[in-house]
Design a protein around this ligand. Structure first.
Ligand code: ZN
Ligand code: FE
Length: 278
């Protein structure tokens, strides 16, 4: 079963942006599992995004009196799908996931442009293909939010396990083109170490320096740094800034050679991060 394509001219986000309520559930060492709440009277109806740990989800549902209505998966990695099969079986809910990947218990295979209608929640999302971290990775966009799995992190991006630098750059370009106020619900708390790397790439970026202080204060209180926003990321995330002169100059210095183009610049920054110990 495929998701329904969006009719031509249909508004993908009928709800006001501020209407989306989301609960953040920490799991494992640094994952966040997200519960999307329904609107209005449906506030106790939820969809779980990337439920890697079924117990974390089950405990939250019980403690908060919530009803699970759907599971949304961004990609096939174990820390994102580990709880899918048992939760789907236990609660009898549909499992939405990328058409291009093996997702346990998936009932709806999605690709770019598909709509995910969640009538129990009064919400609908549209799908973006964002390959790079994995080959079939998707993101869910709607109601002023994007659930982007391991594609975009605050001040960073996912490692390229299955995709090319050009693919990841194009995927990040799609996310960067979302409205600046869009909230970025990524799947990991990697921000502090990402910011250390970003500062090495762009030591002259004042917005980044301010963000570093903000992140340090949050983490000192053991508080989460996400969701971020697209607008903030466009100002501080080196992986959304590889076309800018300051990042280019830094990347060329690191590589010790001139850069060949956009994908090359992105690849250099991504490889630099892989080996970075800050
Ligand atoms: Zn992953
Ligand atoms: Fe992950």
């Amino acid at each position: 079963m495929r998701g329904q394509p969006l009719p031509m001219g249909a508004a993908p986000n009928p709800q006001p942006a501020a209407s989306l309520a989301v609960t953040r559930l920490p799991a494992f060492d640094d994952n966040y599992l997200w519960l999307i709440h329904g609107t209005g009277a449906a506030a106790s109806e939820v969809a779980a995004v990337d439920p890697g740990d079924p117990q974390v989800i089950a405990d939250a549902l019980a403690a908060r009196g919530l009803a699970l209505r759907a599971i949304l998966v961004t990609h096939h990695h174990g820390d994102h799908v580990g709880g899918v099969e048992s939760l789907a079986g236990r609660f009898g809910v549909p499992v939405y996931g990328p058409a291009g990947e093996d997702i346990p218990a998936r009932t709806v295979a999605l690709q770019e442009g598909d709509a995910v209608e969640l009538p129990a929640l009064g919400l609908s999302f549209t799908v973006l293909d964002v390959p790079g971290h994995t080959a079939g990775h998707i993101a869910y966009v709607g109601h002023g939010a994007v659930f982007c799995g391991d594609t975009l992190f605050s001040a960073g991006c996912g490692r390229l396990f299955e995709g090319t630098p050009a693919q990841m750059l194009s995927s990040l370009d799609k996310l960067a083109a979302l409205p600046p106020e869009t909230r970025v619900y990524c799947a990991h708390e990697y921000t502090a170490s990402n910011v250390r790397f970003a500062r090495a790439v762009e030591p002259g970026n004042g917005a980044l320096a301010a963000y570093e202080a903000e992140v340090a204060a949050l983490r000192a209180r053991h508080e989460a740094t996400v969701p971020s926003t697209i607008g903030l990321e466009s100002r501080i995330n080196p992986f959304l800034r590889t076309r800018l002169a300051a990042v280019r100059a830094s990347a060329a210095t690191h590589a010790g050679r001139p850069l060949a183009g956009d994908a090359d610049a992105f690849a250099v920054v991504r490889e630099w991060k892989n080996g970075f110990r800050g």
